[in-house]
Design a protein around this ligand. Structure first.
Ligand SMILES: *[C@@H]1O[C@H](CO)[C@@H](O)[C@H](O)[C@H]1NC(C)=O
Ligand SMILES: *[C@@H]1O[C@H](CO)[C@@H](O)[C@H](O)[C@H]1NC(C)=O
Ligand SMILES: *[C@@H]1O[C@H](CO)[C@@H](O)[C@H](O)[C@H]1NC(C)=O
Ligand SMILES: *[C@@H]1O[C@H](CO)[C@@H](O)[C@H](O)[C@H]1NC(C)=O
Length: 703
């Protein structure tokens, strides 16, 4: 019943609110850490300054925070992991970098761990840290506390000392990684306030050339739930978000570098200016590859690529009016209508940190060859090949002709109207029975403007609308069409034709079909093939319950819980004399700080040295383990046999119930907030506050 209520609220809330991209706002909230400058940390720079390595596919390593899985069931967790894996594969076939040697380690922010710095230039330790800040508790990536093992250590220096006093040694780092992606699933405030948001991301660490090397992606759990989860959607939104974190971010424009004038790319300079406004006040990116690709696309010489204007600055998205269909517009279409376009790839090329595999790119149909004045707020009102008039309430065709569309607009279109795919039932390519009509829904069907009707005595006038008919390609822009009950008929691009046996006419679209510019549409799946994940197996009799006690009065947050569990596994492994990788958290710490671990031998981990079964080794630790944690003060750990099944079930029910209850409360609050917002919102001329126009599926993709 509770679940049902929740779902009901989700639906209501999703329909009421509109979409906004959060990247720019989230990035503003993220503290970004860069490597310490060469002067103060000569040692590190020297040891890390590698000779220029060749470009190799970028390795994005996801790091799942163990504590977060409480909001998802095990199959949902593996669905998410499958989606992220797909995205990291796309990214590594798209981008190459000069790889690190050795494991990736993240930097610490000296302003946070250091209370005082030697400030007299005559001192040998000038600018070095003189004393530690005792309240320092570690580094964050947005709201994720970075595990200590991912960080460089730090040291303090006495006034004249030649050797530093080590405070914490370097962590072990993360192997085979060029970009470390912390993956969080959490019903954050941002998720609650913006119910159409699926995920958001930011970067939090840069390497010495300015390239982001670590970031976080936060998924709002509601879109990962059973019955709601749409695999291709999640893949696409994740890709969009991770591309922001990898560099497509307005906050990084000033960091782009130019490595083009050196044959080996070993001498790079900073770019003087990446963005500027044009004569209409539109922000554009003016870097060589971007300008060239944009010009090629519009069929003009070379021109800057337009960015969405945002409060008098450039945003991290392409302008929606001009770049429909690009993965990097602020409101994204369904996956089969969204592309990794050459202009986005050109931007990655011009960042200077990457080499781009352009064979992965997909030309945009939107605005192709349409010239420099295409898509301007004052030219888009003339009905054209691409824009429609807001008065037309008839069903039309989305510009790729795979779907029927509605003439509508949104905040990013600045008053221009376009055919957006219908929320439901407009997919011509999705096979369905359509008896009693001349339409055909089939993988090879496309949307055509027509008013064809079966020839009959009583001729009634039919309006021309978007309808689904079969097509087959004979050559580029050359095709035939077939309606229910007709023969294949030639359809010359750009002409209206008649069909034998039918009243009315049909328009053959020009420059849209049979050009090899489509992606094969994928059926709307709700789930992907699931990975088997040893971490989330149901509890077995071999599980061990871990009871943690912190010193009285010590406060901890849910993010810190993740770190604590991570730390504790390390301590347990150390005491039992086993490898850390043999231990997995199988249920998450709840408020009494009890969780279960499953000792298991996964294939990745070297087998234990001892012949004694792992379970036994652990259960031999009968005395409580006490240790002093750098972040949690004194910690006491007890290992207990787990009569796990019942215990776990109870926990799961409890967690499930609480989470759902909590979410409901949050959502009711957000619903009230949204209502208020809608009421207060000065209805911008472009935004139509009509529930029905806000098509759930499409706005939901916006991030
Ligand atoms: C470039 O992209 C194509 C198409 O996705 C892929 O087949 C190829 O392996 C990629 N090349 C590299 C070096 O990743
Ligand atoms: C450090 O060096 C300065 C000048 O080199 C000297 O005046 C000072 O006494 C030294 N301090 C200590 C604690 O050795
Ligand atoms: C949008 O499509 C729906 C049918 O899916 C239709 O009822 C509605 O009138 C259309 N709205 C506009 C503005 O064309
Ligand atoms: C179809 O539309 C055309 C153009 O609007 C119109 O001339 C014709 O009469 C219509 N035919 C039928 C059968 O509705």
């Amino acid at each position: 019943m509770l679940t049902f209520l929740c779902i009901l609220w989700f639906t209501v809330v999703i329909r009421l609110c509109f979409s906004l991209c959060l990247h720019d706002a989230v990035q503003r909230d993220t503290q970004v850490v860069s490597p310490p400058d060469a002067f103060t940390h000569t040692r590190r720079i020297v040891s890390r300054a590698t000779t220029w390595a060749p470009h190799l596919p970028v390795r994005v390593t996801p790091w799942y925070l163990p504590g977060e899985s409480a909001l998802l069931t095990p199959p949902q967790v593996s669905q998410l992991q499958t989606a992220i894996k797909e995205v990291t594969e796309i990214i590594s076939s798209m981008l190459s970098v000069r790889r690190w040697e050795g494991p990736l380690l993240l930097n610490r922010n000296m302003n946070r761990y250091c209370r005082s710095v030697w400030g007299d230039p005559s001192l040998p330790n000038y600018k070095r840290c003189g004393s530690q800040d005792s309240s320092y508790y570690g580094e964050r990536c947005l709201d994720v506390l970075i595990p200590e093992s991912h960080l460089y250590g730090y040291e303090v220096w006495s006034m004249n000392g030649t050797e530093p006093i080590l405070q914490i040694p370097d962590g072990t780092g993360v192997a085979d990684t060029d970009f470390l992606l912390y993956v969080r699933v959490a019903q954050t405030k941002k998720c609650a306030l913006q119910p159409v948001v699926i995920a958001y991301a930011s970067y939090c660490q840069l390497e010495h050339t300015g390239r982001p090397i670590a970031g976080v992606i936060v998924f709002c759990p509601k879109r990962l739930r059973e019955g709601v989860y749409q695999h291709h959607h999640i893949v696409q939104v994740s890709l969009h978000e991770i591309l922001h974190a990898l560099g497509f971010s307005s906050s990084l424009f000033e960091k782009w570098i130019d490595c083009s004038f050196s044959e080996y790319g070993d001498v790079c300079s900073s770019r003087s200016r990446v963005t500027n406004t044009d004569e209409n006040g539109q922000f554009r990116i003016y870097t060589p590859t971007v300008m060239q690709r944009m010009g090629e696309h519009l069929g003009v010489g070379s021109t800057g690529a337009p960015l969405e204007n945002q409060e008098k600055s450039a945003s991290s998205h392409w302008e929606s009016r001009i770049m429909q269909g690009s993965i990097m517009t602020a409101s994204i279409n369904p996956p089969h209508l969204t592309f990794l376009d050459p202009i986005t790839l050109a931007a990655f090329q011009d960042m200077g940190w990457y080499k781009v595999n352009s064979s992965i790119s997909h030309q945009l149909v939107w605005g192709r060859g349409a010239g420099n004045s295409f898509g301007l707020p004052f030219t888009c009102h003339k009905p054209s090949d691409f824009f429609c008039e807001n008065k037309s309430s008839d069903i039309g065709c989305h510009h790729l002709h795979l779907d029927k569309g509605n003439c509508s607009t949104d905040t990013f279109l600045d008053g221009c109207y376009i055919y957006k795919p219908l929320a439901h039932g407009g997919e011509c390519w999705l096979e369905k029975d359509n008896a009693g009509s001349e339409e055909i829904y089939h993988l090879q069907s496309r949307c055509f403007y027509s008013n064809l009707t079966q020839f009959s005595e009583a001729v009634k006038q039919e309006k021309v609308k978007g309808r689904c008919y079969l097509h087959r390609c004979l050559g580029p822009n050359t095709f035939q069409v077939k309606v229910q009950g007709s023969e294949w008929t030639d359809c010359p691009a750009g002409e209206w034709i008649h069909m034998p046996g039918f009243d009315g006419v049909l328009l053959c679209p020009d420059g849209r079909l049979c050009l090899g510019l489509e992606k094969p549409p994928l059926p709307p799946s709700t789930s992907a093939t699931t990975l088997t994940s040893s971490i989330y197996k149901p509890a077995t009799h071999r599980d061990i319950r871990v009871q943690v006690t912190l010193m009285d009065g010590f406060k901890w947050t849910s993010e810190m819980k993740t770190i604590l569990m991570d730390e504790i596994l390390g301590i347990i492994a150390h005491h039992a004399g086993v490898q850390r990788c043999l231990l997995h958290v199988s249920s998450v710490a709840n408020s009494d700080l009890t969780f279960t671990i499953t000792p298991e031998e996964p294939s990745k981990c070297p087998p234990p040295a001892s012949q004694t079964p792992l379970h036994e080794l652990l259960m031999n630790l009968t005395d409580p383990i006490t240790y002093e944690s750098p972040q949690f003060s004194y910690v006491i750990i007890r290992l207990l046999e787990s009569d796990s099944y019942h215990y776990l079930m109870n926990q799961a029910a409890l967690i499930g119930g609480c989470t759902c209850g909590l979410l409901c409360v949050l959502l009711i609050i957000s619903l009230i907030w949204c209502r208020q917002k809608l009421r207060n919102m000065q209805v911008r001329d472009i935004y139509n506050v009509d529930d029905k126009n806000i098509q759930e599926d499409h706005v939901a993709a916006a991030v």
